[in-house]
Design a protein around this ligand. Structure first.
Ligand code: HEM
Length: 390
């Protein structure tokens, strides 16, 4: 009987110790916040729009708070001021990246979107920003490319006027071609099989709610990737990422074969030029493998962000026809019926600009970014240990 009691006491002590280690914060000065339930944390209470749940929790716990997600402590920044203080003013402490294995399992630490913060990341990002600006992302140049592609989009819409239409593929083709002109220096015909495959892959990876929900769960509980139905989703993601990488490998091979130092007019050529004639002579991060993933990252990030932004604007106008009339009046007074919009008209289109800003506030494309601290960081009165997800 005594042995029996000894076993019961030991089990209770173990449970208490486990609960204590689960309850305890990573540091006495760690930001306050809810712990939720053992093992799952607050994951079951996040709802379908976690950013709104976080904002409500922020009213109770303050602008810098923490939540337990699964077994992990995550810091949440809830106001503009605190986000600016961390990501801008203390950028080097807050620019680390969590390893999002769902994406990195195929492309490891190459590219830019899922690459951890390091000197190499900074060199690649600085190069990327300059190359994009030089080869299409300056205001004037971007405007030209957008106007050229808009003509094709408007023509397609006119042809189907009066009948129901699924506008999503058209928006993907529009934004995909604007971005392709900058990254690859070319545009694709609508029926180009490579272009269709590219856009289909993006849609599966980023526009499917079931896939997005599974990714969120697998990021919280990594071992789920071995359990159906998550294992099936993970396999789909791996296959689609591989398809994207194979397509971009073909583009890189093609640009390498046709590279002319005297004719550098897009991101890929700029990278190859840097690899052969610039920093790449001494910096091995300028490799073909890096270019495949870097170009893929830019193409995916930009195509998805731009097509979604326009898509949400259209949905809002459909739901609020009253405002559609107001905007149409403002636009036709400023540009005339067939005039071309230009950034220089912005000042004469205050309602249109306000509407677009409101759309991006109302339907945030990336409500949560996954950074981590690169060293112990002090934010206001709190201490956030190295490696914490923010
Ligand atoms: C409505 C438009 C857009 C929105 C709302 C948007 C939003 C974002 C957000 C929230 C991030 C994550 C930032 C972070 O983790 O700190 C990001 C990263 C990124 N975006 Fe965009 N983006 C847009 C358009 C574009 C365009 C047009 C391009 C390229 C031409 C682009 C390329 C990238 C790249 C390469 C990254 C990863 C690099 C990095 O985080 O430093 N995005 N974007």
């Amino acid at each position: 009987m005594e042995t029996w009691w000894a076993v019961v006491y030991s089990l209770c002590a173990l449970c208490m110790a486990w609960l204590w280690s689960w309850w305890k914060k990573p540091h006495p000065k760690f930001p306050p916040g809810p712990r939720g339930l053992p093992i799952v944390g607050i994951a079951p209470f996040l709802g379908s729009e976690p950013q709104i749940t976080f904002k409500k929790l922020g009213e109770k716990y303050g602008p810098v708070m923490s939540v337990r997600m699964g077994m992990k402590d995550i810091v949440v920044l809830n106001t503009y001021e605190v986000i600016n203080q961390a990501y801008v003013k203390q950028a080097s402490e807050f620019s680390g990246r969590q390893d999002l294995f769902v994406y990195t399992q195929v492309t490891q630490d190459y590219g830019i979107t899922f690459k951890d913060y390091s000197d190499e990341f900074r060199r690649q990002k600085n190069f990327g920003m300059q190359a994009l600006k030089r080869h299409g992302m300056s205001n004037k140049e971007m405007e030209k490319r957008i106007l050229r592609e808009s003509k094709f989009l408007i023509e397609k819409l006119r042809r189907q006027a009066g009948s129901p239409i699924n506008i999503v593929p058209l928006l993907y083709q529009f934004s995909g071609n604007v971005v392709a002109s900058i990254v690859l220096g070319k545009r694709f015909e609508d029926n180009d099989p490579t272009f269709l495959l590219l856009l289909k892959t993006l849609k599966i990876l980023f526009a499917d709610k079931k896939v997005a929900d599974s990714i969120m769960m697998m990021m919280l509980f990594q071992n789920l990737r071995y359990v159906p139905p998550f294992s099936t989703t993970n396999q789909t993601i791996k296959e689609q990422l591989q398809i994207l990488s194979d397509i971009f490998q073909q583009f890189v091979d093609d640009r390498n074969a046709n590279f002319k130092e005297t004719d550098v007019n897009n991101f890929m050529d700029a990278f190859i030029n840097e690899k052969l004639n610039g920093a790449g002579k001494s910096d091995s991060s300028f490799s073909d493998q890096q270019l495949v993933v870097f170009a893929r990252d830019i193409f995916a990030a930009a195509t998805e962000a731009v097509s979604c932004s326009i898509g949400w604007a259209i949905i809002c106008l459909l739901h609020y026809p009253k405002y559609k009339k107001v905007l149409m009046k403002e636009i036709s007074e400023c540009l005339g019926r067939d005039g071309q919009p230009s950034l220089s008209s912005k000042d004469q289109l205050p309602k249109t600009c306000a509407f677009l800003q409101e759309v991006s506030r109302f339907r945030i494309l990336a409500p949560m970014v996954h950074h981590k601290t690169t060293s112990d960081a002090v934010l206001y009165e709190y201490l956030i240990p190295k490696g914490t997800q923010v």
